[in-house]
Each structure stands twice: as structure tokens, then as C-alpha cells.
Design a protein around this ligand. Structure first.
Ligand code: ADP
Ligand code: MG
Length: 606
């Protein structure tokens, strides 16, 4: 029960609809309750003999019997005044009318439910996407991508189809049950008690089966997650899979997971499908026992046949919603398992926090200082950075070199606060970067990475990328600085060409120059280039390098370069190895020192 409460905050937004839905349901239940039982005394009289007519009204209306008597008296009057034929038409019209209203409110309740259901699903996806955007990078390892995508899609879908689709039942069923119970108690409290005892027995049996369902569902959704991961891996690794003739190996791995999923699903469905038949069978058994009991009551004369029939009618009114309810509880268990998985993401800790008393970071004035910086990735006991002390003066270009795994990317990622240092601190102009407004810190750092990340949008929007109050002139100027303008204007629709459209074949160098234009437009004080040219062939590397040179003018830059020739003019070259700075100095100094840097240079000068 506790876990279904999690939906309440989501429901809150739809208070109005919820109220309208409940109102419609109450009205629907009222109309379905009154429809038949009230007709019973009428029908008895209508099809009865002249002597059945009730000529005198009861003196009080204290009991149900009195009420039935009064209705019979009222109806007898109608027959006497208008004739049986006319009375029959009245009966038919009122039956049609009550059912019309019952179904009208039933429809209305669904009309009000629809925006709640779809709204909550939308809100959930939105919340998930928002969370994805603010969670630390370390949360999204490659292996977890598929699992996360399946939480976004399959699990949200599951919540939709299992929890939200039964909200209707969850709201209506109790109302119907309460209404029917009230009706039953009014007719005969002893008979009601007896019936309740029977129902309780049924509920206990059915509830027992439902218990394991949630755990099973959870396992199933997890299995689906690894299946999706595998599909993702398979598609992105197709070249390698084919090249290494690993198709049958991959297929076999997939088959194992896929079959496992099928088996889990079989077991779940067998169990779930047991609910409806079992509850119907138990329900009918209950009715049989009730009839048997009622028969003796009628025989004894403690119960009138008409009353007993009305009672049975009300009891049937309980069975159906109870059946739906038990089915719904299965669904809800299944949905809650999915909600747990969605919740894992929604509740994941956002470790990179906005400071409570944040400082503005408008202009970069003096220097960036790494002070005894240590860092280890979450779930890793190895230090990725181990005691970094580095000062970067405004206007300097500092190059980070070293073998892969040395900690270069980690070091620059710390500056943008993609992660926070484990020990030590990073200061800009004397203030710890954790104290600056996160948005301002990041917008003063321009980032160009090895992988040119572009989005399914126009060239223009990929450059502007969310910046506000940007003129077309500025965009074109940025593209020119990035040496991108020439090829953009040659594209089919120029700046309006959609990157995602088929037929747009941008080379790696062109893609990279677009991301450089994006950085130029932001005019950041600090630049971070993490192997910006490493993925390029030497022809486009030249163009990109020229673009980068333009970009770096009058800026402070941290450059990670694969090709050492591109950084030999840097103000400082830092050699990183296993998280430590083993050398620092200018190109010439380091060469003459004949150490690690010299070795790296020699390796490249073949
Ligand atoms: P470089 O950029 O110099 O090649 P990195 O900064 O990427 O090196 O990596 C430094 C160390 O941190 C390596 O040992 C690497 O295995 C580890 N590392 C990098 N990224 C992660 C990560 N997301 N999770 C755990 N360990 C990581
Ligand atoms: Mg790297």
C-alpha cells in the first residue's frame, strides 16, 4: 500500500479530474443500485392479480419493508388511475432512463479518467528525462544504457497499462461494494454477515496467490532490460560482430536471454490468469451456499422471497467489482514492480549539487588552480587522479598529454563539475568551483570532445543549441570562424538542413567543425578540448586544427591532444601518468629533460 502512495504526488495535479471522476462514479453506482431492486415490487404487482394491489399506505416509513410497502402502494395507485398498460409503459421507460443515466455517468467517469492516465504517464516520462539530464555522468555506464532505456519505455508503459488502467476499477469498485453492502444491510443484517464471512474466505485464498506476483514481475522487467541492452550492443557493434564472425555466438547469447525472458513470462501469466477463473468459481460457490441458506430462511418464514431476490441482486453487485478488484490487485502488483524500477531513477541521488549560497561567476579574471586534487570514480577503488597541483593563468594554453588511462579526461571533467573531486579542491579566481552557480560555471567553459555530438535538428539549431537572443549573423560568423560556413551553404537547405535527415552525409571533420562553431558562439572564457581531432583523418584534421586555433585565440585553454605536434607551442605541457603529474614544462624544456615527454614524442615521430 505504501508504494502506491508514490503515485499521489502525480495525482495531485489532476485533483479536478479526480473529483469529477469520483462524482461520476458515485452517480453511476447509485443508478445501477436502484435500477432493478426498485422494479421488483412493481413487477410483482404488474404481473400479479387484482387482489395483489395494495390499497393502503403504511403508517410509517421506518423499515425497508415499510418502504417496499409504500412503493407497492404508490404503484397500485398508478395502476388504478392509469390502467395496467400505461403503468407498464412507465416501468419500461424508467428502466431505460435509469440505465441511460447509469451508462452516461459510466462514460463520463472514463472521460475524466483519460486525462489523468495520460497526464500521469506524460509527467512520469518528463520527470525521468529531467532526472536523466541532471544525474551525474557516472550514473550512465554503457552497460546500463539498455536497462535505462527499457525503464523509460517498457516500465512506464507497464505502469500505464497495469496501475493507471485499473485506477478506474480502484475508484469505482469500492463505491459499488459499499453501496451494495449498505443495501444488503438494509435488507437483512444477519444475511449480510453470513455473506461477508463467505467473501472473506474467498479474498484470503485469492490474495495468497497474488503475493509473489510483484517479485516475479520485477525479475521479468529486469530481464527485459538486459535484452534491450543486448539489442543495443548488437546494433552498435554490428561491424565488429560480423568482422569477427561472431554472429552465431551473439545469437546464442541473445537466445539464452530471450528464452529466459519467455520462461519467466510464462510462469507469470499462468499465475495471473488463475485469478479470474478461480475468483469466479469461488464467487459462484459463495452464491450457491447463500441460496441454500436463504432457502431455509424463507422456509422458516423469517425472509420474504422478494426481499431475498433483492438481496441476491445486491450481492451479485458485489461479486463483479470484487472480481475486478482482485484482478486489479494483480495488475497493480505488476505495475508496482515497474514503478520501483522507475523510482530507482527518480530517487537516485544527484551528487552534483547546486551550492546553497552560490556566487556569481560572470568573468574569468586570473587563474584556475587545481589544489591537491584526488579523484576516484564511484564503484572504483583506484585513484583516477592522485594529488594534482596545477595552476592555469588566464590566457594560457595548457596541454595535457600521456598514455590513455592517465587521467587527462578525468581532470578536465572535474573542471566542468561532471564529477566532484574526492579530495582537494579546484579554484577559479580564488573561489572553490563548488561555490559558483553551476550553470554559470559551465557556460563559461567551452567543450569540444573527440566525439562530435550532434542532434536530430537543423544545422542552425545544432549551433545555437538552446542559446537565447542569437541573431543569424552571429551564427554565420561563428560558423565562419569554425571553417564550417563553406560546407554548410553547399548543403541542400543550407543552415536549415536537418542533420538527422537521410542523405546528409557529414564527414567526421565537418561534424567536428559544427561543434566548434557551437563553442565559438558561446564565446567561453575557458576552453576544454578533449582529443578534438583524434577521430579525424589528417586532411580534415588540418581544417579542424585551423578552426581550433581560431577558437583558442584570446582564451584560456586546456587541451588534450593525441598528436603532440599540435601542442608544442603550449605555455605548459603536463604529462599525466596513472593519475599523477610526472612532468610539467614547455616543449623545449621537456625535450631536453629527456624523460617521459621525450619518449612520447619519439614514439610519434616515425
Ligand atoms: P585518459 O583521458 O587520460 O585516457 P581517463 O581520465 O579517461 O584517462 O581515465 C583515467 C582512469 O579512470 C582510467 O584508469 C580509467 O579506467 C578510469 N575511468 C575513466 N572513466 C571512468 C568511469 N566512468 N568509471 C570508472 N573508471 C573510469
Ligand atoms: Mg580521455
Amino acid at each position: 500500500m505504501k508504494s502506491i502512495k508514490r503515485l499521489f504526488p502525480f495525482l495531485k495535479k489532476y485533483k479536478g479530474y479526480v473529483a469529477l471522476n469520483i462524482l461520476s462514479n458515485i452517480l453511476m453506482v447509485l443508478f445501477s443500485l436502484v435500477s432493478i431492486p426498485i422494479m421488483i415490487p412493481f413487477l410483482t404487482i404488474l404481473f400479479g392479480k387484482e387482489s395483489d394491489l395494495v390499497k393502503t399506505a403504511p403508517s410509517t416509513l421506518a423499515s425497508t419493508d415499510d418502504l417496499i410497502n409504500y412503493l407497492q402502494y404508490f404503484f397500485s395507485q398508478v395502476i388504478e388511475q392509469s390502467g395496467r398498460e400505461q403503468a407498464m409503459i412507465y416501468v419500461c421507460v424508467s428502466i431505460v432512463a435509469t440505465f441511460f443515466f447509469k451508462n452516461l455517468f459510466r462514460y463520463l467517469s472514463l472521460v475524466f479518467m483519460t486525462p489523468i492516465r495520460n497526464g500521469i504517464v506524460r509527467d512520469l516520462r518528463q520527470a525521468l528525462f529531467h532526472k536523466t539530464m541532471i544525474l551525474p555522468l557516472s550514473y550512465f555506464s554503457e552497460e546500463r544504457k539498455g536497462d535505462l532505456i527499457s525503464r523509460f519505455t517498457a516500465d512506464v508503459q507497464e505502469i500505464e497499462s497495469s496501475i493507471l488502467s485499473v485506477l478506474e476499477v480502484v475508484i469505482r469498485a469500492p463505491l459499488t461494494i459499499i453501496g451494495s453492502l449498505a443495501f444488503m444491510i438494509a435488507i437483512s443484517s444477519s444475511l449480510t454477515l453470513f455473506a461477508l464471512a463467505l467473501i472473506l474466505f474467498t479474498v484470503v485464498i485469492i490474495g495468497g496467490i497474488g503475493k509473489t506476483l510483484r517479485k516475479k514481475s520485477s525479475a521479468i522487467q529486469e530481464q527485459l532490460g538486459s535484452l534491450v541492452s543486448m539489442i543495443e550492443e548488437g546494433i552498435s557493434g554490428l561491424k565488429i560482430i560480423k568482422g569477427f564472425n561472431a554472429i552465431s555466438y551473439q545469437e546464442q547469447r541473445f537466445d539464452e536471454e530471450n528464452t529466459n525472458y519467455k520462461n519467466l513470462l510464462n510462469r507469470l501469466l499462468w499465475r495471473r490468469d488463475l485469478a479470474a477463473p478461480l475468483s469466479e468459481f469461488l464467487g459462484v460457490t459463495t452464491v450457491a451456499v447463500l441460496i441454500w441458506y436463504g432457502y431455509y430462511e424463507v422456509q422458516k418464514g423469517t425472509l420474504v422471497v422478494g426481499t431475498f431476490i433483492a438481496f441476491l441482486y445486491a450481492f451479485f453487485g458485489i461479486i463483479d467489482p470484487a472480481k475486478r478488484f482482485s484482478k486489479a490487485s494483480y495488475s497493480i502488483q505488476k505495475g508496482l514492480a515497474a514503478a520501483d524500477r522507475v523510482d530507482d531513477i527518480l530517487n537516485a541521488e544527484v551528487t552534483i549539487q547546486e551550492p546553497t549560497h552560490s556566487k556569481n561567476f560572470s568573468t574569468f579574471k586570473n587563474e584556475i588552480i587545481f589544489q591537491n586534487v584526488h579523484f576516484s570514480y564511484p564503484n572504483s577503488d583506484k585513484m583516477a587522479l592522485n594529488g594534482i597541483n596545477l595552476t592555469i593563468k588566464k590566457g594560457e594554453i595548457v596541454a595535457l598529454v600521456g598514455n590513455s588511462g592517465g587521467g587527462k579526461s578525468t581532470l578536465v571533467d572535474l573542471l566542468s563539475r561532471f564529477y566532484d573531486v574526492t579530495k582537494g579542491q579546484i579554484k577559479i579566481d580564488g573561489t572553490n568551483i563548488k561555490d559558483y552557480k553551476l550553470g554559470e560555471l559551465r557556460s563559461s567553459i567551452g567543450l569540444v570532445t573527440q566525439e562530435a555530438v550532434l542532434f536530430n535538428d537543423s544545422v542552425y539549431q545544432n549551433i545555437v543549441f538552446g542559446l537565447e537572443n542569437i541573431s543569424e549573423k552571429q551564427v554565420i560568423a561563428a560558423a565562419k570562424i569554425a571553417h564550417a560556413h563553406e560546407f554548410i551553404v553547399q548543403m541542400e537547405n543550407g543552415y536549415d538542413t536537418n542533420i538527422g535527415d537521410r542523405g546528409v552525409k557529414l564527414s567526421g571533420g565537418q561534424r567536428q567543425r559544427l561543434t566548434i562553431a557551437r563553442a565559438v558562439l558561446r564565446n567561453p572564457a575557458i576552453l576544454v578540448l578533449d582529443e578534438a581531432t583524434s577521430a579525424l583523418d589528417s586532411e580534415s584534421e588540418k581544417l579542424v586544427q585551423a578552426a581550433l586555433q581560431n577558437l583558442m585565440q584570446n582564451r584560456t585553454a586546456l587541451v588534450i591532444a593525441h598528436r603532440l605536434s599540435t601542442i608544442k607551442d603550449a605555455d605548459k605541457i603536463v604529462v599525466l601518468k596513472e593519475g599523477q603529474m610526472i612532468e610539467i614544462g614547455k616543449h623545449e624544456e621537456l625535450l631536453s629533460r629527456n624523460g617521459a615527454y621525450k619518449k612520447l614524442v619519439d614514439l610519434q615521430s616515425f
